[in-house]
Design a protein around this ligand. Structure first.
Ligand code: ADP
Ligand code: MG
Length: 383
């Protein structure tokens, strides 16, 4: 392969030999369908142009040597045989998790030298963790001829995060990183992983999608996620349903009457959110992209008022963006911080971003990072 890329050059400098190949996996933003993936529901992410690149070379001595340009501490060295969940500190647990999961699934894979470079903001709700995992999964797939499809690779990467890293995430992030295509949003049914590319041509519609990374992540995030997930599962069980996805929108009112008061808002969010995914896809299919705006804003209200996962910073970003002329805006990702997306008319992005920055400064929040996103390609081999 070419050694001209910076990732490959860094690899060669670090490890003293050239990589066998280079792969990249993107971060994502979810347009709509939040907290639906662990309810067997629907999601509609796009891949970001931001991605994690990995240069890789197999080793035959059972060692995993890992380096990230985005992490302190130099090369991390781990014997593959000694990997145990909870046993790897720091960022290296994500790539190690994928190797451990592949081996647990019976794949005869060993150590490797892996060098990472990424421009996916970390901890911003843009799925840098899935980008890291999926880059490793693809590198191992190709270097070992594992013949894994998109869904199989995504499930392995999700299991890696669930069972080794210890984060009970759903399947959206890994499916988005592996399965998205340039110019489209990915409509994913998280029950059976069936999917469809939905054309999302912002430029043709005279629109821009702003991503506003609030740069805050409140501590609540991890504990609250498990509680919300358990609440949704309890509600489904009380209703005698396999998952909340099986509750249709027109059965919502009757179902709510049968549930304890504290579970009702959770169920209302999940059911109306699945319906918002359906509405959004209908609008995209009809080429009515601007009409998606109010659906996004309604989704934010539901996350804020019913699901209770927004926070002052995401609420302020949404309110300010809409007041500044955005067609719609919502927090994206798990919540309690992270990022907000705003759909704006082409050319308005700068004004909306400036208003949000000013509102953050006035409220005493740190400066957000704002960029424009276009739907990019999913994970793939680069060389
Ligand atoms: P998100 O997936 O929303 O970015 P997470 O908390 O799930 O947030 O994952 C972020 C963590 O993933 C970081 O704290 C770090 O440990 C790890 N990580 C992601 N990308 C990289 C990278 N390129 N280099 C090193 N660590 C990374
Ligand atoms: Mg993550």
């Amino acid at each position: 392969m070419s050694t001209t890329t910076s990732t490959a050059a860094a690899f060669t400098r670090l490890f003293g030999h050239a990589p066998e190949g280079e792969w990249a996996a993107p971060g994502r933003v979810n347009l709509i369908g939040e907290h639906t993936d662990y309810n067997d529901g629907f999601v509609l992410p796009i891949a970001l142009p931001h991605r994690t690149r990995v240069a890789a070379r197999r080793r035959d001595d059972g060692l995993l040597r890992l380096h990230s340009a985005q992490a302190e501490g130099g090369v991390v060295e781990l014997p593959v045989d000694g990997l145990t969940p909870g046993g790897v500190p720091g960022w290296a647990k994500y790539p190690a998790a994928v190797v451990w999961t592949l081996r647990r699934a019976g794949h005869r894979v060993g150590g490797a030298d892996l060098s990472f470079e990424s421009d996916v903001p970390t901890g911003a709700g843009l799925s840098s963790s899935a980008a890291l995992e999926c880059a490793v999964a693809l590198a191992y797939r190709d270097l070992h001829g594992l013949g894994l499809g998109v869904a199989e690779s995504a499930l392995l990467a999700q299991q890696a995060e669930n069972d080794f890293v210890g984060v009970p995430c759903g399947i959206m992030d890994q499916m988005a990183s592996l399965g998205c295509e340039e110019g489209s949003a990915l409509l994913l049914d998280t029950r059976d992983l069936s999917r469809r590319q939905v054309p999302f041509d912002l430029a043709a519609a005279g629109l821009e999608l702003l991503v506003i990374d609030t740069r805050v992540k409140h501590d609540l995030a991890d504990g609250a996620y498990a509680g919300l997930r358990a609440g949704c599962e309890r509600a489904a069980a009380l209703l005698g349903l396999p998952a909340l996805r099986d509750l249709p929108a027109d059965g919502l009112t009757a179902a709510l009457d049968r549930l304890p008061v504290e579970l009702r808002p959770l169920v209302r969010h999940v059911v109306t959110e699945n319906d918002r995914v359906r509405q959004t896809v209908e609008l995209l299919d009809a080429g009515e992209l601007a009409a998606v705006g109010p659906v996004l804003t309604a989704g934010h209200a539901s996350l804020r008022d019913d699901f209770g996962v927004s926070c002052p910073e995401t609420d302020l970003a949404v309110e300010t963006a809409v007041a500044a002329g955005a067609l719609g805006a919502r927090m994206t990702g798990g919540g309690f911080g992270g990022s907000v997306i705003a759909l704006v008319a082409a050319g308005r992005g700068g004004t909306v971003a400036a208003e949000v920055r000013a509102a953050f400064a006035a409220a005493g929040h740190g400066a957000p990072r704002v960029f424009t996103a276009t739907p990019a390609a999913g994970a793939r081999r680069l060389g």
